[in-house]
Design a binder for this molecule. Structure first.
Ligand code: GLC
Length: 418
């Protein structure tokens, strides 16, 4: 038995709160959406029942309109802000009011494929939940049918503190109805967390949408932050491919046609976001109408779900190599050396095992298995040296943020699979 795998499994046990896994104790004491999808893929390799449970518990938070929230507050905790009283949502169990990257259907297909015979009965309700969520994405977050889905809050990206939001976030007022009472900086070093001013803007957005009664159409009208986002759309498209695959497997022909249509729309829209001069894809700020120019990892995530022409794939890989040069741990979430680059502050430079996981799959898909393998080995080495940290300083390799982190454990188990 590999001792690190054993340790990874123990982290998932320690973070279990009854069929769902918290990202880490205290800092993130509830069920987080995309964290759980990654965790379910880890479980799928050795405990199918637990993998299904993880996804099932997440869908307890699904709203009537199909949205699966970014946090499900299954049990109270006073170590996190903003809690349920700040979100003021109306679902049967308390949840946040925003969503997170739709990794869910990617995980569901993997869980289903490893579950063997008689899996269909357990997969089907989750398939239905995923389909409802994908429909929600395309109606609530792309009402103009562009093919790119939009985010109303940086936290919806999963890359919460990324420099990708700096320009758009600067337009958001710092006034809040809710008093801001940060808890995160009591758990980890403030230098690794967002600045106070940005935190006020995060809460301003939340207050704005709560005042809209969390109604998607009203929010679309009023949102002071609206980014048609490339990483989220790339993940949605990969999840859409997996969902379409399940639809066909289950004989759901009409669903399959509907999903294929979503997928085509996103595929075309993403290709139009390729910027040869930057050698990466870009998001679009729907309020200013401009490209989001910030150099972040998001621009490479389309590798995951597009079958790119060789010249585009090669250009992406060349650019990735430039960013990774001389680093102890790739892949940096911000390009080293640019003004917003901060190798220890979360999402402004550090390397994350789950982002690497997506990139590794994308590099394999697009004819660069060697680059994928290099990234896999670098991720494994970082974890084996520093432990299951939330993320890693790419320059020093130091493990940062929260420790005993579930998705880092799940990524390790997945990346080590034979
Ligand atoms: C942070 C990350 C987000 C993650 C959450 C729990 O907020 O930015 O992506 O889901 O922590 O791990």
């Amino acid at each position: 038995m590999n001792l690190h795998i054993d340790h990874a499994k123990r982290i998932l046990v320690a973070n279990d709160r009854g069929g769902y896994t918290v990202p880490t104790d205290r800092l993130y004491p509830f069920q987080w959406n995309w964290d759980s999808a990654f965790v379910a893929m880890g479980f799928a390799l050795y405990d199918i029942d637990r993998a299904y449970r993880e996804l099932e518990r997440l869908t307890e938070g699904q709203w009537a309109d199909g949205m699966i929230p970014h946090i499900v507050f299954h049990q109270p905790s006073d170590t996190y802000f903003p809690g349920p009283d700040v979100w003021r949502t109306k679902h049967t169990i308390p949840t946040s009011g925003i969503t997170q990257p739709p990794v869910f259907a990617i995980a569901l297909r993997k869980v289903h494929e490893r579950a063997g015979k008689h899996a269909e009965a357990r997969t089907l309700p989750l398939y239905e939940a995923a389909l409802k969520w994908h429909r929600w994405w395309y109606s609530a977050r792309d009402p103009e049918r562009t093919g790119l889905v939009a985010l109303h809050h940086p936290w919806e990206s999963g890359s919460d503190n990324s420099p990708a939001w700096d320009v758009a976030l600067a337009r958001v007022p710092t006034t809040t109805v809710t008093p801001v009472m940060r808890k995160d900086t009591g758990h980890v070093n403030a230098d690794m967390r967002p600045r106070d001013e940005d935190y006020k803007r995060f809460i301003h957005l939340l207050d704005t949408y709560a005042a809209c009664g969390w109604n998607p159409a009203k929010q679309w009208e009023e949102a002071p932050f609206k980014i048609a986002e490339i990483q989220t759309t790339a993940i949605l498209l990969k999840a859409g491919e997996d969902l379409e695959h399940l639809a066909r497997l289950f004989g759901r022909t009409e669903d399959a046609t509907e999903i294929a249509d979503f997928n085509d729309r996103s595929r075309r829209a993403m290709l139009a976001q390729w910027r040869p001069a930057l050698r990466r894809f870009v998001s679009r700020d729907l309020i200013s109408g401009e490209d989001v120019q910030a150099a972040t990892q998001a621009g490479f995530i389309p590798l995951l779900s597009l079958d790119l022409d060789k010249d585009i794939a090669d250009a992406l890989v060349t650019e990735m190599k430039t960013w990774s040069k001389g680093l102890k741990v790739a892949f940096p979430t911000t390009k080293p050396g640019v003004g917003s680059w901060e190798p220890k502050r979360y999402w402004r430079g550090p390397a994350w095992a789950i982002i690497n996981w997506l990139l590794i799959d994308g590099l394999q898909r697009n004819g660069h298995p060697d680059a994928g393998e290099e990234l896999r080995m670098s991720t494994i080495a970082a974890i084996e040296t520093e432990g299951f940290a939330e993320y890693f300083d790419p320059v020093t390799g130091e493990g940062c943020g929260g420790l005993g982190f579930s998705w880092t454990a799940a990524a390790y188990i997945w990346l080590m699979r034979v």
